[in-house]
Design a protein around this ligand. Structure first.
Ligand code: 6PG
Length: 477
């Protein structure tokens, strides 16, 4: 028996990915540290295709045709290194290890470098779409060498999601850690999308006074328009769900503390290191962490808020339309920031990432899949050097049309005391970018005053310092 691909790590993602390969006609070797998982897969799904169950690492490697293609689906971090330590000595020149976990791209760069020295290709691969995606077609973001993609690409294309135009949702993102970097930013954008949707819900609940069931209907309507996306769709499902035990809306019985596994935080950490303002993504991460500070929240519950001013029915309906505008405009800004991070990472690490291709493979399969991404793809395909999504004419026009409502929503939110970190950060980013003059000039003046940190002028070249504690004359530096 010789399998065309192997999957080690048979928790739900690995198991479903192995089944996906098998269902697409590939012979798949399967392996797990504890062999009972492998037997479970064989018992339950062995009929679905051509599986080769391997109990030991040696058997697993021996079952693979050469060059071997070995997909590692274990927890990111130390477990990944442990698996590499176990398998690398058994591999030969030209073999390919695919890491399909949510690894940090810096780890992926290190692993790729180390394995390359032994002639082994290491392909850090972002895989999005959750359990269902892994089984029925995820969006796949492989990094690594051109050579590895040549051997792997056709198989990944086969098992990936397909966009509406039939295009497979996989592309060779770039060398070494490029795939995991792009997956990281995907997750950052996912956090921002989720936060913006949560704020829209909160506003419809608190300002418009709508019930979860009614808000679910509103999201269903939005999902037929430009906001058409997986996350909007599941939002309507979650909001219309009723808790069986209490008969209450599900959303009212769930503890309001959002958790996170770290990829959103990484997106922000890397952005800070690269000097990038991804304020919308950062606010989404902060909003999750603040929600979890239960003691702090309990201690703050008595703090004063504004006098409630409920909207009448017709005002509330009009407000819902305004919220749609605010959500859409803020979404454009989130994607602007996310793609800025990808462009900057690409330049920093020499990855040469095609932003249009990234948008294209996010059109289906992944968590942020949306009609919107076809528009993003079109913008970058038309102008690969687009400085920012906001400089795309079509997006700029849509924001121009949305901005009055966007501002009105934030006025209402502020007046009613409903927090809108995502909407607000997005509008602030937009207003900052379009400003003729920023108060950063004053900041520079202060820095020069207290620390002789110098400044540049608008009217002349050079670097200057004012003698603040002397006669306040200006000296060139
Ligand atoms: C995906 C998801 C997936 C996962 C993340 C987010 O693209 O399929 O992003 O990777 O759900 O782990 O998780 P947290 O919200 O727990 O950080």
């Amino acid at each position: 028996t010789s399998a065309q691909i192997g999957v080690t790590g048979l928790a739900v993602m690995g198991r479903n990915l192995a089944r996906n390969f098998a269902r697409n006609g590939y012979a798949v070797a399967v392996h797990n540290r504890t062999a009972s998982k492998t037997r479970e897969l064989m018992d339950e799904f062995g009929q679905e295709g051509d599986f080769v169950a391997a109990e030991s690492a040696e058997d697993f490697v021996a079952a693979l045709e050469r060059p071997r293609r070995l997909v590692v689906m274990v927890k990111a971090g130390d477990p990944t290194d442990a698996v590499i330590r176990e398998f690398a000595p058994l591999l030969e020149h030209g073999d390919v290890i695919i890491d399909g976990g949510n690894a940090h791209f810096a780890d992926t760069r290190r692993r790729e470098r180390e394995l390359r020295e032994h002639g082994i290709h290491f392909v850090g691969t972002g895989i999005s779409g959750g359990e269902e995606g892994a089984l029925h077609g995820p969006s796949i973001m492989p990094g690594g060498s051109d050579e590895s993609y040549a051997s792997l690409g056709p198989m990944l294309e086969k098992i990936s999601a397909k966009a509406a135009d039939g295009a497979p949702c996989v592309t060779h993102v770039g060398p070494d850690g490029a795939g995991h970097f792009v997956k990281m930013v995907h997750n950052g954008i996912e956090y921002a999308d989720m936060q913006l949707i949560a704020e829209a819900y909160h506003l419809l609940r608190e300002v418009a006074g709508f019930s979860p069931a009614r808000i679910a209907e509103i999201f269903r309507t939005w999902n037929t328009g430009r906001l058409d996306s997986y996350l909007i769709e599941i939002t309507a499902e979650v909001l219309s769900h009723v808790d069986a035990a209490t008969g209450e809306p599900f959303v009212d019985v769930v503890a309001d503390q959002a958790e996170q596994k770290g990829t959103g935080r990484w997106t922000v950490q890397i952005a800070l290191e690269l000097g990038l303002p991804v304020s919308g993504i950062a606010e989404a991460v902060f909003a999750r962490s603040l929600s979890g500070h239960t003691a702090l929240r309990a201690a703050s519950r008595g703090l004063a808020g504004p006098t409630p001013a409920p909207l009448g029915e017709s005002e509330a309906a009009a407000f819902a339309d305004q919220v749609e505008q605010a959500l859409y405009a803020s979404k454009i800004v989130s994607y602007t920031q996310g793609f800025h991070e990808i462009a900057t990472g690409s330049a920093e690490y020499g990855w040469n990432i095609d932003l249009g291709a990234v948008a294209a493979i996010w059109r289906a399969g992944c968590i942020i899949r949306a009609a919107f991404l076809d528009r993003v793809r079109a913008a970058y395909d038309a102008r690969p050097d687009l400085p920012s999504l906001l400089s795309d004419e079509a997006f700029a026009r849509e924001i121009a049309a949305a901005q009055d409502d966007w501002r009105a929503v934030l006025v209402a939110a502020t007046r009613q005391g409903v927090p809108t970190p995502g909407f607000s950060a997005a509008l602030t980013y937009y207003d900052t970018l379009r400003a003729d003059r920023l108060p950063a000039a004053l900041t520079q003046g202060q820095r020069d005053y207290f620390g002789a940190h110098t400044y540049r002028r608008t009217d002349r070249e050079g670097v200057f310092h004012t003698l603040w504690s002397g006669d306040r004359s200006e000296v060139p530096v």
